[in-house]
Design a protein around this ligand. Structure first.
Ligand SMILES: Cc1cc2nc3c(=O)[nH]c(=O)nc-3n(C[C@H](O)[C@H](O)[C@H](O)COP(=O)(O)OP(=O)(O)OC[C@H]3O[C@@H](n4cnc5c(N)ncnc54)[C@H](O)[C@@H]3O)c2cc1C
Length: 399
């Protein structure tokens, strides 16, 4: 058990720990520090301040995964929707293959769903050496409890050292529960992954502090090392139909499918343009659009270019367009051939979601807007004049 204690003899009642505690968990009683264990999170700030008399001590329980060296292999959680394996899975398989080759181990893949058995061969073609399939009508709709329970069970049994999952709403939901069930850490939204072949640590790089720095995170004491990766950050593995692999179709007893939630109805979002994660051209709008009706001019341009409409968080927060269109740190990461930013200032949280686009065209009436720093082409002007002119010209040229 972890815990914290104050040595009353050493404590001199200086009160530094009271000031240092971010949770207001320490008070002085009779000039001695007293810690409220309901408020204390064992963050250690008080221990650092009490560095002269060392009156406060934290004892931490060792939670290191036992037999850590027995964990071998790189796994991918294969996401499917309505029986279709999502392309982000192939992106993860490409990276998993690269990591596994460096570690000299196999690539495993977990595929859960209903009527999905026949999709396993494609996962082999994309780099998996072994695919564990659980194909059951009870898995037709995604439910986080049974999905996470089954993945955790497979991990406990086969002990992969690395498990990668898409950073989609489904992937995030499954893998965070798996992390809790296995009592291991999870690094979310990685933008780069590599391994140290000697120590076998997964080097998980992700933006930190609002995207201003890139942090590389190691999970030294726990296995598996869990990471989520956003769509379009890594290159898809190329299919090779001659690849050989093993496919194990597994059965689980009823208790694994128990769930406190049930799906009553599935309502598909109605959208007249392409999904931004799949689009080669995205026309995005920001706060400058002013209302939802004005997004029509972006839709018109997107339609002519066979593209999708994206948006900044400012436009989403105003309720002008659904969240599924949001680009950025708390939205989607996109990497289209052409990204047209209309009336978007270019704050870092937006840029992290689109700056790897091949060509960026920025339309903004403020010549000093930061979006121009990442733009391949900039148009300084009023989007309400520029966008309809572009639509008209593209219509003529592409006819
Ligand atoms: C934790 C966190 C996460 C976040 N996640 C995201 C995220 O995922 N995605 C995201 O986008 N933001 C995110 N944000 C918000 C982000 O910081 C910005 O507030 C947001 O991106 C600003 O949106 P905007 O550029 O549309 O609006 P503004 O910054 O207000 O910019 C509007 C721009 O439009 C220009 N303009 C005005 N009128 C016209 C016109 N008629 N013609 C042409 N140009 C015009 C202005 O010059 C200005 O540059 C996040 C913030 C935080 C704190």
């Amino acid at each position: 058990m972890s815990g914290i204690s104050v040595d009353k003899i050493k404590c001199i009642g200086c009160g530094l720990c009271v000031k240092a505690c971010p949770f207001g968990a320490i008070t002085l009683v009779d000039k001695k520090a007293v810690i409220d264990l309901d408020k204390c999170t064992l963050c250690g700030s008080c221990v650092e301040t009490c560095n002269k008399v060392h009156a406060i001590e934290i004892v931490r329980e060792s939670t290191q995964t036992p037999d850590i060296e027995k964990y071998k292999g790189v796994w991918v959680y294969a996401e499917q929707r309505k029986g279709v394996v999502q392309s982000v899975t192939y992106e993860l398989l490409g990276k998993a293959r690269e990591l596994a080759d460096k570690l000299n181990v196999e690539v495993g893949c977990v595929l859960l769903g209903s009527n999905v058995k026949d999709k396993a061969q494609e996962l082999v073609a994309r780099g998996a050496d072994i695919v564990y399939v659980v194909d059951d009508p009870k898995l037709e709709h995604f439910l986080d409890e049974p999905y996470a329970r089954i993945v955790s069970n497979l991990v406990r049994k086969h002990r992969p050292e690395i498990l990668l999952s898409p950073a989609t709403s489904i992937g995030r939901s499954v893998i965070s529960r798996v992390a809790v069930q296995l009592r291991v850490g999870l690094t979310a939204d990685c933008t780069a992954l590599d391994v140290d072949p000697n120590e076998r640590f997964l080097m998980q790089t992700r933006p930190a502090f609002g995207g201003n720095i890139m942090a590389t995170i190691l999970s030294k004491n726990h296995r598996p090392q869990l990471s989520t990766v956003r769509h379009k950050v890594m290159k898809e593995a190329v299919a090779d139909s001659s690849r050989q692999g093993r496919i194990e179709v597994l059965e689980f007893d009823r208790s694994f499918f128990a769930s406190r939630t049930k799906v009553l109805q599935v309502i598909n979002e109605v959208t007249s343009t392409v999904n931004i994660a799949e689009a080669n051209i995205i026309v995005s709008g920001g706060r400058a659009l002013g209302n939802s009706e004005n997004f029509k001019i972006l839709e018109d341009l997107a339609k002519v270019l066979n593209g999708a409409v994206g948006a900044s968080r400012a436009a989403i927060d105003e309720g002008w367009i659904p969240y599924s269109h949001q680009v950025g740190q708390t939205g989607k990461t996109v990497c289209p051939n052409i990204y047209i930013a209309c009336g978007i200032s270019g704050q870092i949280q937006h840029l992290v979601g689109m700056q790897s686009s091949d060509v960026i065209i920025a339309i903004n009436r403020d010549p000093s807007a930061p979006i121009f720093n990442v733009a391949s082409y900039g148009i300084v002007g009023d989007l309400f004049e520029v966008v309809p002119l572009l639509t008209k010209r593209f219509e003529e040229v592409l006819k």
